[in-house]
Design a protein around this ligand. Structure first.
Ligand code: ATP
Ligand code: MG
Length: 561
Protein backbone atom coordinates (compact mmCIF):
# COMPACT_ATOMS: atom_id res chain seq x y z
CA UNK A 1 0.00 0.00 0.00
CA UNK A 2 1.32 3.45 -0.85
CA UNK A 3 2.22 5.46 2.20
CA UNK A 4 0.46 8.65 3.04
CA UNK A 5 0.96 11.49 5.49
CA UNK A 6 0.31 15.23 5.59
CA UNK A 7 3.26 16.05 3.34
CA UNK A 8 2.20 13.54 0.71
CA UNK A 9 -1.32 14.96 0.92
CA UNK A 10 0.04 18.44 0.19
CA UNK A 11 1.97 17.05 -2.75
CA UNK A 12 -1.10 15.33 -4.11
CA UNK A 13 -3.05 18.57 -3.85
CA UNK A 14 -0.25 20.43 -5.61
CA UNK A 15 -0.19 17.84 -8.36
CA UNK A 16 -3.97 18.01 -8.72
CA UNK A 17 -3.77 21.81 -9.00
CA UNK A 18 -0.87 21.52 -11.46
CA UNK A 19 1.39 23.68 -9.29
CA UNK A 20 5.06 23.64 -10.34
CA UNK A 21 3.88 22.30 -13.70
CA UNK A 22 3.21 18.92 -12.15
CA UNK A 23 6.82 18.51 -11.02
CA UNK A 24 7.90 17.08 -7.68
CA UNK A 25 11.50 17.86 -6.77
CA UNK A 26 12.88 17.28 -3.26
CA UNK A 27 16.37 17.27 -1.79
CA UNK A 28 18.25 15.89 1.16
CA UNK A 29 20.58 18.66 2.43
CA UNK A 30 23.06 17.36 5.04
CA UNK A 31 25.71 19.57 6.49
CA UNK A 32 28.98 17.62 6.11
CA UNK A 33 29.99 18.06 9.75
CA UNK A 34 29.37 14.55 11.08
CA UNK A 35 28.08 11.11 10.21
CA UNK A 36 24.43 10.51 9.45
CA UNK A 37 22.20 9.02 12.13
CA UNK A 38 18.85 7.28 12.18
CA UNK A 39 17.10 10.69 12.35
CA UNK A 40 18.64 11.56 9.00
CA UNK A 41 17.41 8.21 7.71
CA UNK A 42 13.88 9.41 8.41
CA UNK A 43 14.49 12.52 6.33
CA UNK A 44 16.18 10.48 3.57
CA UNK A 45 13.31 7.99 3.40
CA UNK A 46 10.84 10.85 3.27
CA UNK A 47 12.58 12.90 0.57
CA UNK A 48 13.71 10.04 -1.65
CA UNK A 49 10.52 8.11 -0.95
CA UNK A 50 8.34 10.98 -2.14
CA UNK A 51 10.42 11.45 -5.28
CA UNK A 52 10.07 7.74 -6.05
CA UNK A 53 6.37 7.61 -5.32
CA UNK A 54 5.40 10.64 -7.44
CA UNK A 55 7.78 10.22 -10.35
CA UNK A 56 9.89 13.12 -9.12
CA UNK A 57 13.54 13.69 -8.34
CA UNK A 58 15.55 13.99 -5.14
CA UNK A 59 18.87 15.80 -5.03
CA UNK A 60 21.68 15.18 -2.60
CA UNK A 61 23.03 18.58 -1.66
CA UNK A 62 25.78 19.24 0.82
CA UNK A 63 24.95 22.31 2.79
CA UNK A 64 28.58 23.36 3.05
CA UNK A 65 28.29 27.04 3.83
CA UNK A 66 30.26 26.88 7.07
CA UNK A 67 33.96 26.49 6.24
CA UNK A 68 35.22 25.64 9.70
CA UNK A 69 33.39 22.43 10.60
CA UNK A 70 33.20 20.62 7.30
CA UNK A 71 35.35 17.79 6.16
CA UNK A 72 35.64 15.64 3.08
CA UNK A 73 35.57 12.48 5.23
CA UNK A 74 31.98 13.29 6.11
CA UNK A 75 31.01 13.93 2.50
CA UNK A 76 32.18 10.46 1.50
CA UNK A 77 30.50 8.71 4.41
CA UNK A 78 27.20 10.50 3.77
CA UNK A 79 27.19 9.42 0.12
CA UNK A 80 27.89 5.84 1.19
CA UNK A 81 25.11 5.92 3.75
CA UNK A 82 22.48 7.23 1.34
CA UNK A 83 23.38 4.53 -1.20
CA UNK A 84 23.49 1.84 1.46
CA UNK A 85 19.99 2.81 2.54
CA UNK A 86 18.96 2.01 -1.02
CA UNK A 87 18.58 5.43 -2.64
CA UNK A 88 20.18 7.09 -5.63
CA UNK A 89 20.21 10.85 -6.02
CA UNK A 90 19.28 12.76 -9.10
CA UNK A 91 22.34 13.47 -11.27
CA UNK A 92 25.52 14.80 -9.70
CA UNK A 93 26.02 15.38 -6.02
CA UNK A 94 25.38 19.07 -5.42
CA UNK A 95 27.01 21.52 -3.04
CA UNK A 96 25.71 24.81 -1.73
CA UNK A 97 29.27 26.02 -2.38
CA UNK A 98 28.62 25.55 -6.13
CA UNK A 99 26.20 28.45 -5.80
CA UNK A 100 28.43 30.94 -3.98
CA UNK A 101 28.75 33.14 -7.07
CA UNK A 102 25.02 33.12 -7.83
CA UNK A 103 24.23 33.84 -4.17
CA UNK A 104 26.65 36.73 -4.25
CA UNK A 105 25.01 38.21 -7.35
CA UNK A 106 21.60 37.87 -5.78
CA UNK A 107 22.87 39.62 -2.65
CA UNK A 108 23.99 42.56 -4.80
CA UNK A 109 20.55 42.56 -6.38
CA UNK A 110 18.95 42.91 -2.95
CA UNK A 111 21.34 45.75 -2.09
CA UNK A 112 20.39 47.49 -5.33
CA UNK A 113 16.72 47.05 -4.47
CA UNK A 114 17.44 48.77 -1.15
CA UNK A 115 16.49 45.73 0.92
CA UNK A 116 19.95 44.70 2.11
CA UNK A 117 22.67 46.72 3.79
CA UNK A 118 26.15 46.46 5.24
CA UNK A 119 26.12 46.77 8.99
CA UNK A 120 29.26 47.64 10.92
CA UNK A 121 28.10 46.92 14.44
CA UNK A 122 29.99 44.21 16.31
CA UNK A 123 28.42 40.77 16.73
CA UNK A 124 27.55 41.59 20.36
CA UNK A 125 25.95 44.87 19.38
CA UNK A 126 23.90 43.17 16.68
CA UNK A 127 22.72 40.58 19.11
CA UNK A 128 21.89 43.25 21.68
CA UNK A 129 19.97 45.34 19.08
CA UNK A 130 17.98 42.28 18.05
CA UNK A 131 15.87 42.39 21.22
CA UNK A 132 14.05 39.35 22.57
CA UNK A 133 10.86 37.47 21.84
CA UNK A 134 8.88 39.80 24.11
CA UNK A 135 10.85 42.94 23.37
CA UNK A 136 11.15 44.73 20.05
CA UNK A 137 14.56 45.17 18.39
CA UNK A 138 16.32 48.44 17.54
CA UNK A 139 17.56 49.60 14.19
CA UNK A 140 21.28 49.77 13.55
CA UNK A 141 22.72 53.26 12.94
CA UNK A 142 24.10 51.86 9.64
CA UNK A 143 20.70 50.71 8.42
CA UNK A 144 20.14 53.63 6.07
CA UNK A 145 23.45 53.63 4.27
CA UNK A 146 22.95 54.63 0.63
CA UNK A 147 22.87 51.85 -1.95
CA UNK A 148 26.19 52.95 -3.48
CA UNK A 149 27.99 52.83 -0.15
CA UNK A 150 26.50 49.40 0.60
CA UNK A 151 27.60 48.04 -2.77
CA UNK A 152 31.07 49.44 -2.35
CA UNK A 153 31.48 48.02 1.15
CA UNK A 154 30.05 44.64 0.16
CA UNK A 155 32.43 44.37 -2.82
CA UNK A 156 35.33 45.24 -0.58
CA UNK A 157 34.15 42.67 1.96
CA UNK A 158 34.37 40.09 -0.81
CA UNK A 159 37.76 41.42 -1.93
CA UNK A 160 39.17 40.70 1.51
CA UNK A 161 39.79 44.26 2.64
CA UNK A 162 38.27 43.79 6.08
CA UNK A 163 38.99 41.74 9.16
CA UNK A 164 36.62 39.06 10.44
CA UNK A 165 33.73 40.57 12.37
CA UNK A 166 34.05 44.12 11.12
CA UNK A 167 31.03 44.12 8.78
CA UNK A 168 28.11 41.89 7.86
CA UNK A 169 25.48 42.03 5.16
CA UNK A 170 21.92 42.08 6.50
CA UNK A 171 18.50 41.90 4.92
CA UNK A 172 16.45 45.03 5.65
CA UNK A 173 13.14 43.64 6.88
CA UNK A 174 11.63 44.73 10.19
CA UNK A 175 13.34 45.23 13.56
CA UNK A 176 9.96 45.21 15.31
CA UNK A 177 8.71 41.93 13.85
CA UNK A 178 7.38 39.49 16.46
CA UNK A 179 9.39 36.86 14.56
CA UNK A 180 13.03 37.40 15.51
CA UNK A 181 14.16 35.72 12.29
CA UNK A 182 12.77 38.71 10.39
CA UNK A 183 14.67 41.32 12.43
CA UNK A 184 17.19 42.16 9.72
CA UNK A 185 18.82 38.70 9.56
CA UNK A 186 22.49 38.41 8.71
CA UNK A 187 23.16 37.15 5.17
CA UNK A 188 26.96 37.21 5.05
CA UNK A 189 29.79 37.16 7.54
CA UNK A 190 33.47 37.80 6.92
CA UNK A 191 35.57 34.72 7.66
CA UNK A 192 39.12 34.43 6.45
CA UNK A 193 39.05 30.65 6.39
CA UNK A 194 39.69 28.00 3.76
CA UNK A 195 36.74 26.02 2.53
CA UNK A 196 36.93 22.27 1.76
CA UNK A 197 35.89 22.91 -1.85
CA UNK A 198 36.39 26.57 -2.71
CA UNK A 199 39.72 26.92 -0.91
CA UNK A 200 40.57 30.58 -0.41
CA UNK A 201 38.29 31.94 -3.15
CA UNK A 202 35.94 33.42 -0.60
CA UNK A 203 36.30 35.24 2.66
CA UNK A 204 32.60 36.00 3.05
CA UNK A 205 30.25 33.12 3.78
CA UNK A 206 26.47 32.96 3.48
CA UNK A 207 24.32 32.09 6.49
CA UNK A 208 22.07 29.02 6.45
CA UNK A 209 18.85 30.97 5.86
CA UNK A 210 20.25 32.97 2.98
CA UNK A 211 21.89 29.98 1.28
CA UNK A 212 19.26 27.34 1.84
CA UNK A 213 16.13 28.59 0.11
CA UNK A 214 18.14 30.10 -2.75
CA UNK A 215 19.95 26.79 -3.28
CA UNK A 216 16.52 25.15 -3.41
CA UNK A 217 15.45 27.71 -6.00
CA UNK A 218 18.56 27.22 -8.14
CA UNK A 219 17.90 23.48 -8.23
CA UNK A 220 14.22 23.91 -9.02
CA UNK A 221 13.15 22.22 -5.80
CA UNK A 222 9.38 22.27 -5.39
CA UNK A 223 8.95 20.93 -1.85
CA UNK A 224 11.71 21.81 0.60
CA UNK A 225 11.11 19.51 3.54
CA UNK A 226 12.80 20.16 6.86
CA UNK A 227 12.30 19.63 10.58
CA UNK A 228 10.03 21.65 12.86
CA UNK A 229 12.78 23.84 14.33
CA UNK A 230 12.69 25.71 11.02
CA UNK A 231 9.00 26.55 11.15
CA UNK A 232 9.81 30.08 12.39
CA UNK A 233 12.29 30.46 9.57
CA UNK A 234 9.66 29.88 6.88
CA UNK A 235 8.59 33.57 6.70
CA UNK A 236 12.23 34.44 6.02
CA UNK A 237 12.51 31.64 3.46
CA UNK A 238 9.51 33.12 1.67
CA UNK A 239 10.76 36.70 2.06
CA UNK A 240 14.02 35.96 0.24
CA UNK A 241 12.46 34.16 -2.72
CA UNK A 242 9.86 36.94 -3.06
CA UNK A 243 12.44 39.72 -2.78
CA UNK A 244 14.41 38.06 -5.58
CA UNK A 245 11.21 37.77 -7.63
CA UNK A 246 12.07 34.19 -8.51
CA UNK A 247 9.72 32.30 -10.78
CA UNK A 248 8.05 29.13 -9.52
CA UNK A 249 9.68 29.45 -6.09
CA UNK A 250 10.11 26.48 -3.77
CA UNK A 251 8.05 26.10 -0.60
CA UNK A 252 9.17 24.87 2.77
CA UNK A 253 7.26 22.25 4.78
CA UNK A 254 8.16 21.08 8.26
CA UNK A 255 7.77 17.68 9.92
CA UNK A 256 8.67 16.37 13.38
CA UNK A 257 12.25 15.25 13.83
CA UNK A 258 12.90 11.74 15.02
CA UNK A 259 13.98 11.13 18.56
CA UNK A 260 14.56 7.63 19.89
CA UNK A 261 14.63 6.49 23.50
CA UNK A 262 17.90 5.48 25.18
CA UNK A 263 20.09 7.30 22.68
CA UNK A 264 20.95 10.79 21.45
CA UNK A 265 20.49 12.10 17.90
CA UNK A 266 22.43 15.30 17.85
CA UNK A 267 25.63 15.44 15.87
CA UNK A 268 27.21 17.59 18.54
CA UNK A 269 26.50 15.01 21.22
CA UNK A 270 27.50 12.08 19.02
CA UNK A 271 30.77 13.85 18.24
CA UNK A 272 31.35 14.28 21.96
CA UNK A 273 30.82 10.54 22.57
CA UNK A 274 33.45 9.85 19.91
CA UNK A 275 35.95 12.51 20.95
CA UNK A 276 35.76 11.70 24.65
CA UNK A 277 36.20 7.99 23.97
CA UNK A 278 32.88 6.82 25.37
CA UNK A 279 32.49 4.74 22.21
CA UNK A 280 35.09 3.31 19.85
CA UNK A 281 34.17 5.63 16.97
CA UNK A 282 31.32 6.84 14.78
CA UNK A 283 30.80 3.23 13.72
CA UNK A 284 30.69 1.78 17.22
CA UNK A 285 27.84 -0.78 17.01
CA UNK A 286 26.05 0.95 19.87
CA UNK A 287 25.89 4.28 18.04
CA UNK A 288 22.64 5.39 16.35
CA UNK A 289 24.67 6.42 13.30
CA UNK A 290 24.02 4.66 10.00
CA UNK A 291 27.60 3.31 10.03
CA UNK A 292 27.09 2.10 13.61
CA UNK A 293 23.77 0.44 12.89
CA UNK A 294 25.27 -1.16 9.80
CA UNK A 295 28.22 -2.59 11.71
CA UNK A 296 25.77 -3.77 14.35
CA UNK A 297 24.00 -5.84 11.68
CA UNK A 298 21.03 -3.63 10.94
CA UNK A 299 19.78 -3.92 7.38
CA UNK A 300 18.62 -1.11 5.08
CA UNK A 301 15.28 -2.90 4.73
CA UNK A 302 14.72 -2.84 8.50
CA UNK A 303 15.63 0.84 8.75
CA UNK A 304 13.37 1.78 5.84
CA UNK A 305 10.59 -0.26 7.34
CA UNK A 306 11.08 1.47 10.67
CA UNK A 307 10.89 4.88 9.00
CA UNK A 308 7.68 3.85 7.27
CA UNK A 309 6.10 2.64 10.50
CA UNK A 310 6.89 5.73 12.55
CA UNK A 311 5.29 7.86 9.86
CA UNK A 312 5.56 11.60 9.39
CA UNK A 313 3.74 13.95 11.70
CA UNK A 314 3.85 17.49 12.94
CA UNK A 315 4.39 16.93 16.66
CA UNK A 316 7.67 15.91 18.21
CA UNK A 317 7.70 12.71 20.21
CA UNK A 318 10.14 10.03 21.31
CA UNK A 319 9.94 6.69 19.56
CA UNK A 320 10.74 3.67 21.71
CA UNK A 321 13.98 2.06 20.58
CA UNK A 322 12.16 -1.26 20.89
CA UNK A 323 10.28 -0.47 17.71
CA UNK A 324 13.56 -0.22 15.81
CA UNK A 325 14.66 -3.52 17.33
CA UNK A 326 11.33 -5.07 16.43
CA UNK A 327 11.71 -4.03 12.77
CA UNK A 328 15.19 -5.52 12.69
CA UNK A 329 14.05 -8.80 14.24
CA UNK A 330 11.20 -9.03 11.79
CA UNK A 331 13.58 -8.67 8.86
CA UNK A 332 16.22 -11.09 10.17
CA UNK A 333 13.65 -13.66 11.17
CA UNK A 334 13.01 -14.17 7.47
CA UNK A 335 16.50 -14.00 6.09
CA UNK A 336 19.11 -14.94 8.72
CA UNK A 337 20.42 -18.52 8.51
CA UNK A 338 20.25 -20.42 11.79
CA UNK A 339 23.46 -21.63 13.38
CA UNK A 340 24.55 -22.82 16.81
CA UNK A 341 26.81 -20.74 18.97
CA UNK A 342 27.49 -21.23 22.66
CA UNK A 343 28.18 -17.91 24.35
CA UNK A 344 29.11 -19.13 27.83
CA UNK A 345 30.37 -22.66 27.32
CA UNK A 346 30.02 -25.53 29.79
CA UNK A 347 31.70 -28.77 28.82
CA UNK A 348 29.63 -31.97 28.67
CA UNK A 349 31.27 -35.38 28.37
CA UNK A 350 28.95 -38.07 27.03
CA UNK A 351 30.46 -41.07 28.77
CA UNK A 352 28.88 -43.86 26.78
CA UNK A 353 29.63 -42.25 23.38
CA UNK A 354 32.65 -43.87 21.63
CA UNK A 355 35.78 -41.78 22.07
CA UNK A 356 36.90 -41.50 18.48
CA UNK A 357 33.50 -41.38 16.86
CA UNK A 358 32.24 -38.36 14.94
CA UNK A 359 28.78 -38.18 13.43
CA UNK A 360 27.35 -35.47 11.25
CA UNK A 361 23.79 -34.28 11.60
CA UNK A 362 21.90 -32.42 8.93
CA UNK A 363 20.49 -29.08 10.02
CA UNK A 364 18.08 -26.91 8.04
CA UNK A 365 19.47 -23.39 7.62
CA UNK A 366 16.01 -21.97 8.19
CA UNK A 367 12.97 -23.64 9.74
CA UNK A 368 10.47 -22.21 7.24
CA UNK A 369 12.57 -21.64 4.13
CA UNK A 370 13.76 -24.99 2.76
CA UNK A 371 15.29 -23.16 -0.20
CA UNK A 372 17.95 -21.84 2.19
CA UNK A 373 19.31 -25.39 2.27
CA UNK A 374 20.91 -27.52 4.95
CA UNK A 375 24.34 -28.03 6.45
CA UNK A 376 26.14 -30.84 8.28
CA UNK A 377 27.09 -30.27 11.91
CA UNK A 378 29.62 -32.59 13.59
CA UNK A 379 28.85 -34.30 16.89
CA UNK A 380 31.27 -36.09 19.20
CA UNK A 381 31.80 -37.29 22.76
CA UNK A 382 32.66 -33.90 24.18
CA UNK A 383 30.41 -30.98 23.51
CA UNK A 384 29.70 -27.54 24.90
CA UNK A 385 26.31 -26.36 26.01
CA UNK A 386 25.29 -23.01 27.38
CA UNK A 387 26.15 -22.57 31.08
CA UNK A 388 22.67 -21.08 31.62
CA UNK A 389 21.10 -24.25 30.29
CA UNK A 390 22.10 -26.20 33.38
CA UNK A 391 20.92 -25.74 36.98
CA UNK A 392 21.97 -27.97 39.77
CA UNK A 393 18.79 -27.11 41.61
CA UNK A 394 16.31 -26.27 38.87
CA UNK A 395 13.59 -23.81 39.81
CA UNK A 396 9.98 -24.43 38.78
CA UNK A 397 9.36 -24.21 35.03
CA UNK A 398 13.07 -24.58 34.29
CA UNK A 399 12.93 -27.33 31.67
CA UNK A 400 16.55 -27.46 30.67
CA UNK A 401 19.31 -29.73 31.96
CA UNK A 402 19.60 -30.68 35.64
CA UNK A 403 20.98 -33.72 37.53
CA UNK A 404 19.20 -36.93 36.49
CA UNK A 405 17.15 -35.10 33.94
CA UNK A 406 16.90 -35.89 30.23
CA UNK A 407 16.95 -33.20 27.52
CA UNK A 408 17.29 -33.16 23.75
CA UNK A 409 20.40 -31.90 21.98
CA UNK A 410 18.95 -30.26 18.92
CA UNK A 411 18.77 -32.72 15.97
CA UNK A 412 21.28 -35.05 17.70
CA UNK A 413 20.42 -37.23 20.71
CA UNK A 414 18.73 -37.17 24.06
CA UNK A 415 21.14 -37.02 26.96
CA UNK A 416 20.75 -37.47 30.72
CA UNK A 417 22.93 -35.75 33.27
CA UNK A 418 24.59 -38.28 35.56
CA UNK A 419 27.26 -36.31 37.37
CA UNK A 420 28.28 -32.73 38.11
CA UNK A 421 31.97 -31.88 38.41
CA UNK A 422 32.92 -28.79 40.38
CA UNK A 423 36.02 -26.80 41.03
CA UNK A 424 37.07 -27.99 44.49
CA UNK A 425 38.07 -24.46 45.53
CA UNK A 426 35.25 -22.34 44.22
CA UNK A 427 32.42 -24.86 43.98
CA UNK A 428 31.75 -23.67 40.43
CA UNK A 429 30.35 -26.27 38.03
CA UNK A 430 33.10 -26.94 35.49
CA UNK A 431 31.89 -30.00 33.63
CA UNK A 432 28.90 -32.30 33.31
CA UNK A 433 28.92 -36.02 32.79
CA UNK A 434 26.04 -37.39 30.78
CA UNK A 435 24.90 -40.50 28.97
CA UNK A 436 23.12 -40.59 25.65
CA UNK A 437 20.46 -42.91 24.34
CA UNK A 438 21.66 -44.23 20.94
CA UNK A 439 18.05 -45.00 20.02
CA UNK A 440 17.19 -41.28 19.99
CA UNK A 441 19.29 -40.40 16.96
CA UNK A 442 17.99 -37.20 15.34
CA UNK A 443 16.49 -36.12 18.64
CA UNK A 444 13.32 -38.23 18.99
CA UNK A 445 12.72 -41.30 21.11
CA UNK A 446 11.25 -44.37 19.38
CA UNK A 447 9.15 -45.13 22.46
CA UNK A 448 7.54 -41.70 22.17
CA UNK A 449 8.77 -40.40 25.52
CA UNK A 450 8.91 -36.64 25.68
CA UNK A 451 11.47 -34.25 27.07
CA UNK A 452 10.67 -30.59 27.53
CA UNK A 453 14.05 -29.01 26.95
CA UNK A 454 15.94 -28.76 23.65
CA UNK A 455 19.44 -27.32 23.87
CA UNK A 456 21.83 -25.99 21.28
CA UNK A 457 25.36 -27.37 21.41
CA UNK A 458 28.68 -27.51 19.59
CA UNK A 459 31.20 -30.33 19.34
CA UNK A 460 34.20 -29.37 21.50
CA UNK A 461 36.78 -30.74 19.08
CA UNK A 462 35.23 -29.07 16.04
CA UNK A 463 33.95 -25.79 17.39
CA UNK A 464 35.53 -22.50 16.49
CA UNK A 465 36.58 -20.06 19.17
CA UNK A 466 34.90 -16.71 18.78
CA UNK A 467 34.50 -13.39 20.50
CA UNK A 468 30.97 -12.16 20.94
CA UNK A 469 30.04 -8.58 21.79
CA UNK A 470 26.71 -8.15 23.46
CA UNK A 471 25.58 -4.62 22.65
CA UNK A 472 22.90 -2.94 24.64
CA UNK A 473 21.33 0.51 24.86
CA UNK A 474 23.89 3.30 25.10
CA UNK A 475 21.96 5.18 27.79
CA UNK A 476 20.04 3.97 30.79
CA UNK A 477 17.76 7.00 30.84
CA UNK A 478 14.85 6.87 28.45
CA UNK A 479 15.47 10.42 27.33
CA UNK A 480 19.13 11.31 27.94
CA UNK A 481 18.47 14.75 26.44
CA UNK A 482 16.25 15.55 29.37
CA UNK A 483 19.08 16.35 31.75
CA UNK A 484 18.43 16.80 35.48
CA UNK A 485 19.91 19.75 37.30
CA UNK A 486 23.63 19.43 37.91
CA UNK A 487 23.95 16.51 35.50
CA UNK A 488 25.15 16.03 31.98
CA UNK A 489 23.77 13.65 29.34
CA UNK A 490 27.05 11.71 29.65
CA UNK A 491 26.04 10.83 33.22
CA UNK A 492 23.30 8.61 31.82
CA UNK A 493 25.62 6.38 29.79
CA UNK A 494 24.80 2.72 30.37
CA UNK A 495 27.88 1.22 32.09
CA UNK A 496 26.94 -2.22 30.76
CA UNK A 497 26.12 -1.24 27.20
CA UNK A 498 28.85 -3.59 26.00
CA UNK A 499 29.61 -7.04 27.36
CA UNK A 500 32.50 -8.78 25.63
CA UNK A 501 32.54 -12.59 25.76
CA UNK A 502 35.96 -13.70 24.63
CA UNK A 503 35.64 -17.44 24.93
CA UNK A 504 32.57 -18.41 22.93
CA UNK A 505 32.32 -21.47 20.70
CA UNK A 506 30.50 -21.53 17.41
CA UNK A 507 29.85 -24.34 14.96
CA UNK A 508 32.57 -24.89 12.34
CA UNK A 509 30.35 -23.80 9.43
CA UNK A 510 31.02 -20.24 10.58
CA UNK A 511 34.74 -20.51 9.79
CA UNK A 512 34.26 -18.53 6.60
CA UNK A 513 31.33 -16.37 7.60
CA UNK A 514 31.57 -13.07 5.79
CA UNK A 515 31.53 -9.74 7.60
CA UNK A 516 28.14 -8.12 7.41
CA UNK A 517 26.13 -11.31 6.96
CA UNK A 518 23.48 -11.89 9.63
CA UNK A 519 22.96 -15.13 11.53
CA UNK A 520 20.55 -16.29 14.12
CA UNK A 521 22.38 -18.13 16.90
CA UNK A 522 19.59 -20.47 17.85
CA UNK A 523 17.92 -19.43 21.10
CA UNK A 524 20.39 -16.54 21.56
CA UNK A 525 19.62 -13.78 19.11
CA UNK A 526 20.81 -12.28 15.84
CA UNK A 527 24.51 -11.77 15.28
CA UNK A 528 26.72 -10.40 12.56
CA UNK A 529 30.41 -10.84 11.85
CA UNK A 530 32.16 -7.64 12.85
CA UNK A 531 33.52 -5.84 9.80
CA UNK A 532 36.45 -4.21 11.60
CA UNK A 533 37.88 -6.65 14.13
CA UNK A 534 37.07 -10.12 12.80
CA UNK A 535 39.96 -12.25 11.56
CA UNK A 536 39.86 -15.45 9.52
CA UNK A 537 39.62 -18.35 11.96
CA UNK A 538 38.94 -15.98 14.90
CA UNK A 539 35.62 -14.38 14.21
CA UNK A 540 34.18 -11.53 16.22
CA UNK A 541 30.40 -11.26 16.30
CA UNK A 542 28.21 -8.34 17.24
CA UNK A 543 24.82 -9.01 18.66
CA UNK A 544 22.36 -7.12 16.52
CA UNK A 545 19.24 -7.81 18.58
CA UNK A 546 18.26 -10.45 21.08
CA UNK A 547 15.40 -12.88 20.61
CA UNK A 548 12.45 -12.42 22.85
CA UNK A 549 13.64 -14.77 25.57
CA UNK A 550 10.69 -16.45 27.22
CA UNK A 551 12.74 -17.81 30.08
CA UNK A 552 14.12 -14.37 30.95
CA UNK A 553 10.52 -13.23 31.24
CA UNK A 554 9.54 -16.09 33.55
CA UNK A 555 12.57 -15.47 35.72
CA UNK A 556 11.81 -11.76 35.92
CA UNK A 557 8.24 -12.50 36.95
CA UNK A 558 9.46 -14.92 39.62
CA UNK A 559 11.93 -12.37 41.00
CA UNK A 560 9.16 -9.84 41.26
CA UNK A 561 7.22 -12.39 43.28
P1 ATP B 1 21.83 17.55 14.17
O1 ATP B 1 20.69 18.20 14.90
O2 ATP B 1 22.05 16.13 14.51
O3 ATP B 1 23.09 18.36 14.17
P2 ATP B 1 21.16 18.69 11.67
O4 ATP B 1 19.74 18.99 11.45
O5 ATP B 1 21.99 19.85 12.00
O6 ATP B 1 21.32 17.50 12.67
P3 ATP B 1 21.79 18.34 8.94
O7 ATP B 1 22.97 17.71 8.34
O8 ATP B 1 21.59 19.79 8.76
O9 ATP B 1 21.81 17.97 10.47
O10 ATP B 1 20.47 17.56 8.51
C1 ATP B 1 20.18 17.21 7.19
C2 ATP B 1 18.70 16.96 7.08
O11 ATP B 1 18.31 15.93 7.97
C3 ATP B 1 17.90 18.19 7.44
O12 ATP B 1 16.87 18.35 6.49
C4 ATP B 1 17.35 17.88 8.80
O13 ATP B 1 16.12 18.51 9.00
C5 ATP B 1 17.23 16.37 8.77
N1 ATP B 1 17.35 15.82 10.13
C6 ATP B 1 18.36 16.00 11.01
N2 ATP B 1 18.10 15.39 12.18
C7 ATP B 1 16.89 14.79 12.04
C8 ATP B 1 16.06 14.00 12.89
N3 ATP B 1 16.44 13.70 14.14
N4 ATP B 1 14.89 13.57 12.40
C9 ATP B 1 14.51 13.86 11.15
N5 ATP B 1 15.23 14.59 10.29
C10 ATP B 1 16.41 15.06 10.72
MG1 MG C 1 21.45 21.51 10.37
Amino acid sequence: MAQTDFIRMIIEEDLAADRHGGRVATRFPPEPNGYLHIGHAKSICLNFGIAGQYGGTCNLRFDDTNPSTEETEYVESIKDDVRWLGFEWNGQVRYASDYFEQLYEWAEKLIEKGVAYVDSLTAEEISEHRGRWNESGRESPYRDRPVEENLDLFRRMRAGEFEDGTHVLRAKIDMTSPNINLRDPVMYRIRHESHHRTGDDWCIYATYDWAHGQSDAIEGITHSICTLEFENHRPLYDWYVQALELEDPPHQFEFARLDISHTVLSKRRLLMLVNEGHVSGWDDPRMPTIVGLRRRGYTPEAIRNFCERIGVAKTNSIVDIKLLEFCQREDLEKRAPRVMGVLKPLKVVIENYPEDQVEEFEFPNHPDNPEMGTRMVPFSREIYIERDDFREEPPKKFYRLAPDREVRLRFAYMITCTDVIKDPDTGEVVELRCTYDPATKGGTAPDGRKVRGTLHWVSAAHALKAEVRLNDHLFTRENPNDVEEGKDFIDYLNPSSLEVLEDCRVEPSLADAEPGLPYQFERKGYFVVDSADSKPGKPVFNRTVSLRDSWAKIEQAQLQG
